[in-house]
Ligand binder design. Structure first.
Ligand code: HH2
Length: 334
């Protein structure tokens, strides 16, 4: 199989025949032709033939948000043990205050009640619902309009969150954990985010291995996309995520970040979640997760430069400022 990775560019000075990326302000004139076991080759975009169609086609709105320019997803973990904000927002009042503060700069809020950090143990369904649904309901009761996604692998938790006013299901297991989650999202018409992972949170960092991490993750996401569609979720309601840090070494994460634009070939919005993750500390220094904001912003912008449509971050105002400046300097973005 041949894979085509667009070499994404920004700015107004573009050659004739440049192809817009996913209907947004970025573009490409060349692609990298990739094949397992062979060195990549840079060729003019036209050589990709019919494979250009999903790379160029505008994306449908996701949860009512235009995907023509990058969107910020603010993270709110209502857990005692999340790797970076665990315990900070377990009390309902603290969670609500943080959600409202983040909504100033975030386009969508991602609320989770179960840590999936390496080594984390599963949380019982009733506990996960008790952590998340009341916060979402209180935000809606308070008039918050910002779209909310529920970060869960479980259908019962997703159902309670959707009932409370969430719109999107963000599943780090990409519908492989709970067979009822796909049919639930289909029946409710909820958009879903499907994330790549290898193994389970408890064991995933033990010894992750791939033949070719970029192409393996691409094939896996293609398979999960097909499975979600078979479960009745239309492509227009699906976003995909390479799952930084979920069963990946530092080198795996870097290979995925360098090759990110490949995933546009799947024809869906791409979400990148690298915020405060361990590799940022390994490369940039920052033993404590809270000390990894600058590196997280750098990685988010590297993703934006490759055309990802959503960045999932803890540090919303800092990322918003960086994004506004990136857009102003690079131009051509709505
Ligand atoms: N990362 C985490 C959780 N959910 N969802 C998506 N789509 N993509 C991600 O990269 C992703 C995710 C882990 O980060 P965090 O929520 O900050 O920590 P924890 O799992 O410890 O609660």
């Amino acid at each position: 199989m041949i894979y085509w990775r667009p070499l994404v560019q920004s700015g107004a000075a573009r050659p004739k025949g440049a192809v817009p990326l996913a209907g947004g302000g970025l573009w490409f004139s060349h692609v990298e032709r990739l094949e397992r076991g062979r060195a990549g080759e840079v060729v003019p975009a036209a050589e990709a033939g019919a494979a250009l169609e999903p790379l160029a086609a505008p994306r449908a709105d996701f949860a009512g948000l235009s995907m023509a320019a990058p969107r910020i997803m603010g993270i709110l973990n209502v857990t005692p043990d999340s790797f970076s904000d665990g315990g900070l927002f377990l009390a309902a009042g603290d969670a609500l205050a943080q959600a409202r503060a983040m909504a100033e700069g975030a386009d969508i809020l991602d609320i989770g009640g179960e840590s999936t950090r390496p080594g984390a143990a599963p949380v019982p369904v009733a506990e996960e619902i008790a952590r998340t649904a009341p916060v979402i309901a209180a935000l809606r009761a308070g008039g918050l309009q910002t779209p909310v996604s529920i970060d869960t692998r479980k259908a019962a938790v997703a159902a309670a969150a959707l009932d409370a006013g969430a719109q999107v299901v963000n599943d780090v297991a990409a519908l492989t954990f709970d067979a009822a989650l796909g049919p639930l999202a289909a029946a409710r018409g909820a958009p879903v985010i499907l994330m790549h992972h290898q193994g389970t949170p408890e064991t995933m960092q033990a010894d992750p291995r791939y033949d070719d991490v970029l192409l393996d993750v691409y094939d896996w996401l293609a398979e999960r996309l097909a499975a979600a569609q078979a479960a009745g979720i239309p492509r227009e309601r699906i976003a995909l995520d390479p799952g930084i840090g979920f069963g990946k070494t530092v080198q795996h994460n870097l290979a995925l970040l360098r090759g990110l634009s490949l995933f546009h070939g799947l024809g869906c919005p791409i979400l990148l979640g690298a915020s405060r993750k361990r590799f940022i500390g390994s490369i940039g220094g920052g033993a404590e997760a809270q000390a990894r904001m600058p590196g997280s912003v750098a990685v988010a912008l590297a993703g934006v430069a490759q055309g990802v449509q959503m960045i999932r971050v803890h540090d919303v105002p800092e990322t918003r400022q960086a994004l506004l400046l990136w857009q102003a300097v690079n131009g051509g973005q709505a």
